[in-house]
Design a protein around this ligand. Structure first.
Ligand code: 5GP
Length: 126
């Protein structure tokens, strides 16, 4: 069930279609809980998106409605992808945009994983 106040999940969002294999993606990792693939418009030498397989649009939705197994599986997948891409040292950035003020374009929960160069401090207002 969606959390009250949040929009219903849109089954035709781009990441739902990637999950169903209707749109191709450069996959880097997949397991029962999560899928990771390269962003189509990379903003760093490494720019990978990690998404849970369940139908969640936001962190509020996911944290309220997902099972412990889904939450654990997703978080473990994010960590594994970062490790497997060799980003632990010298480091990387995780970023998750939520809603209008967060600049979220695709309404399926996702974490951006940026790395491959120094990323500067925190956020930009561009
Ligand atoms: P958001 O602004 O929602 O946090 O980020 C959505 C991201 O999805 C953007 O970085 C955008 O480049 C990426 N994206 C949008 N459409 C596609 C697509 O069809 N394939 C892939 N791999 N990435 C996409």
């Amino acid at each position: 069930m969606p959390v009250s106040g949040l929009p219903p999940y849109d089954d035709n969002n781009i990441f739902a279609r990637i999950l169903r294999g209707e749109i191709p993606s450069k996959r880097v990792y997949e397991d029962e809980w999560a899928l990771a693939f390269h962003d189509i418009a990379p903003q760093a030498p490494v720019h990978v998106l990690v998404i849970p397989k369940g139908k969640y649009c936001s962190f509020a939705d996911f944290s309220a409605s997902a099972s412990d197994a889904e939450i654990g599986g997703f978080i473990r997948a994010v960590g594994k992808v970062a490790r497997d891409l060799g980003l632990e040292d010298p480091g990387y950035r995780l970023l998750a945009n939520m809603g209008q003020h967060g600049g979220q374009e695709v309404p399926h929960l996702h974490v951006h994983l940026f790395g491959g160069r120094g990323l500067g401090r925190m956020i930009s207002d561009r």
